[in-house]
Design a protein around this ligand. Structure first.
Ligand code: SPD
Length: 283
């Protein structure tokens, strides 16, 4: 099989970020091209419309950083909304918390879920059969619009980069709607792109969330297969959050079973904002 290995690259602003391996699937869904490759080091990896989404080796860098800072810092957390997250990694991490009684996972592209269940079973794992998880194939913007006020304790935006069909997930109007459906102490957690390879989008997300929520904090870490490697996650709330001093006892146990995230890692990651981003935000 080695002789049919090929390079698959994500092209980004004159650079390319590639994995070499066997292509296991390439198909078009109603929304995008879906590709699965198997690489010797990263294992199976998912690419959507030419952008790397996740791989078996590096997915925890992304999912643990999106989920645990939010869930370890909030006391009341029974109802969770995940917008996107079709590979199941975000749901899997959320389900580690016993307080969670219901997760609505709203993914626009059913094919992403089917392909993930077939090729990337390790990512969603038991989450797919957990009774607390309800999967809805729907546009996240519509789902949020029809949700009543003060409903979810945490809303996760686990989306791809801005594109024709995901653009609305980066708009002020959508963030305002997320704020509306969050409980008083609720938290919005979103992937907030790269301060290096998506600098302008990153800054816009941070400015929007600060303006709309008043309280927001950003952490930085790595996702090896994303353009430039450095990535960010932003957490916003109507009230002060306790992100640097989480007090959830269960999270003490959970951190021991994570591959990447722990409280020390998180403390450092919230102090990593590059100076050029600080200056932009203050300008
Ligand atoms: N550049 C890729 C950004 C994608 C972020 N979401 C990935 C989804 C993993 N659940």
């Amino acid at each position: 099989m080695k002789d049919i290995a090929t390079w698959i690259d994500e092209y980004h602003q004159g650079s390319r970020f590639g994995l070499r391996g066997n292509v296991l699937l390439r198909k078009n869904s109603k929304y995008q091209e879906i590709l699965i490759i198997e690489n010797d080091y990263y294992g199976k990896a998912l690419m959507l419309d030419g952008c790397w989404m996740t791989s078996l080796r590096d997915e925890k860098y992304y999912h643990e950083c999106l989920v645990h800072p939010a869930l370890s810092s909030i006391n009341q957390k029974s109802r969770i909304l995940i917008i996107g997250g079709g590979d199941g990694g975000t749901a899997r991490e959320c389900l580690k918390y016993s307080q969670i009684t219901k997760i609505d996972l709203v993914e626009i592209d059913e094919e992403v879920i089917k392909v993930s269940k077939t090729f990337l079973q390790e990512i969603g794992g038991k989450a797919w059969s957990d009774k607390r998880l309800a999967v809805h194939i729907e546009d996240g913007v519509n789902w949020v619009a029809k949700t009543k006020d003060n409903f979810y304790d945490v809303v996760f935006i686990d989306c791809s980069d801005p594109s024709e069909f995901s653009n609305l997930l980066f708009k002020d109007s959508f963030y305002k709607e997320c704020k509306r459906i969050l409980t008083k102490k609720g938290i919005l957690a979103t992937q907030s792109e790269s301060p290096e390879s998506f600098q302008n989008i990153h800054i816009n997300i941070l400015k929007s969330l600060k303006k709309i929520f008043n309280v927001s904090e950003t952490m930085y870490s790595f996702v090896p297969i994303y353009p430039s490697g450095i990535w960010s996650w932003t957490f916003a709330s109507k009230r002060e959050m306790n992100l640097s001093n989480p007090n959830c006892k269960e999270a003490m146990r959970i951190q021991k079973n994570c591959d990447i995230w722990n409280f020390n890692f998180q403390n450092g990651a919230f102090k990593m904002m590059p100076n050029k981003i600080i200056k932009e935000l203050n300008s």
